[in-house]
Design a protein around this ligand. Structure first.
Ligand code: ZN
Length: 344
């Protein structure tokens, strides 16, 4: 298990970045990976704070989470040989920092500027160009610095998406249990409980998870971090990603660039919960309270795209046993599931 050493969640925690680096022994050199926007939101401040501590800092602005960008950062890291890489952003920047640092054998810090998915704490990276629609193992962050003053300013949509990614654990853990029963796959009760508890806490606090509500956002951040840690404990994405994620990955291919990862996972969870005979209506109603999409229309995709994604999802990752292998859906039955759950 590779777990974070320091997790700082709260107001003004960004100011502690220099201190945290020193405490963990990174006092000479560091490399910052951020985006154009996130550089303004937090990147420049982080560089200032590190330089004040006498750390020599290099940095690179990146865009989308592609293998090309991972390689660009890797080249810089190999040239500059920093002690530490810091990923600053919503998701893409953190994933690029995470994977490029892992490929160079260097630790990394995760400094999220939004709370839109669990990649801020998990050891997995979602990168385009690796020939896989799903996340790959990279490394856990050595530290996570989640400043709620920064994250409070992010949009309701990003926050609702983060909630969708946490709620997804309700069916992901079911799939994991199913794979254990049917295929004898390793199942870790501790990791599973941690992921489930996070999902339950987000559902219970649905009314208060919104921008400018520090307490509510803290619940979401702690849930996302716990889900990331659950995956680190399990040594795989199993506690965090099941059929609802396969649906989301497939929808990305069927109808690209329409909705956010967590938004799609939330809708996937409603339908997978239906297949499992769980209380899907409660999940849907809570997602509504959170302001997350619950229908194809709200996702901005055509009803047919949802049906296609449901039918093809099991092929996205054939070795991953889920409810979609148990209840093989054809076009007719997939449409019935989407209609019964009022997704289409
Ligand atoms: Zn996810």
């Amino acid at each position: 298990m590779q777990l974070p050493r320091e997790v700082l969640v709260g107001r003004g925690t960004l100011e502690l970045v220099g201190e945290t680096c020193k405490k963990l022994g990174f006092s000479r050199t560091a490399f910052v990976v951020s985006g154009e926007k996130t550089q303004k939101i937090a990147g420049s401040r982080v560089i200032d704070l590190l330089e004040q501590e006498g750390v020599k800092v290099g940095h690179l602005l990146v865009t989308s989470p592609t293998l090309w960008n991972v390689r660009a950062v890797e080249t810089k890291i190999r040239r500059k040989k920093p002690q530490l890489v810091l990923g600053i952003g919503g998701g893409a920047k953190i994933d690029i920092a995470k994977l490029s640092a892992a490929r160079c054998g260097i630790p990394y810090f995760s400094i999220p500027t939004t709370a839109s998915h669990d990649g801020i704490a998990s050891p997995l990276a979602s990168i385009k160009g690796l020939g896989k629609p799903f996340s790959v193992m990279a490394q856990s962050p050595m530290a996570i610095i989640a400043d709620t003053d920064v994250i409070m300013k992010s949009s309701q949509r990003l926050i609702a998406s983060g909630c969708g990614d946490v709620v997804a654990k309700l069916t992901a853990v079911r799939d994991w249990k199913l794979a254990h029963k049917v295929k004898g796959e390793y199942y870790g009760a501790y990791a599973a409980s941690l992921a489930l508890m996070s999902a339950r806490l987000v559902l219970e606090n649905a009314g208060s998870i919104k921008p400018n509500d520090e307490e509510g956002l803290r619940v979401l951040l702690e849930a996302l971090i716990s889900c990331g840690v659950a995956m680190a404990i399990a040594g795989s994405s199993r506690p965090g990603s099941g059929a609802e994620h396969l649906f989301s990955h497939t929808l990305d291919a069927v109808s690209p660039n329409c909705a956010l990862h967590g938004e799609q996972c939330g809708v996937g969870t409603i339908m997978m919960a239906y297949l499992y005979g769980l209380d899907w209506k409660r999940i849907r109603d809570k997602l509504k309270i959170l302001g997350a999409p619950t229908t194809a229309k709200e996702l901005g995709v055509k009803p047919d795209a949802v049906v296609q994604a449901l039918v093809k999802a099991r092929e996205a990752r054939p070795e991953r046993y889920t409810i979609l292998q148990e209840k093989t859906l054809d076009e007719n039955s997939a449409r019935k599931v989407a209609e019964a759950t009022e997704v289409i």
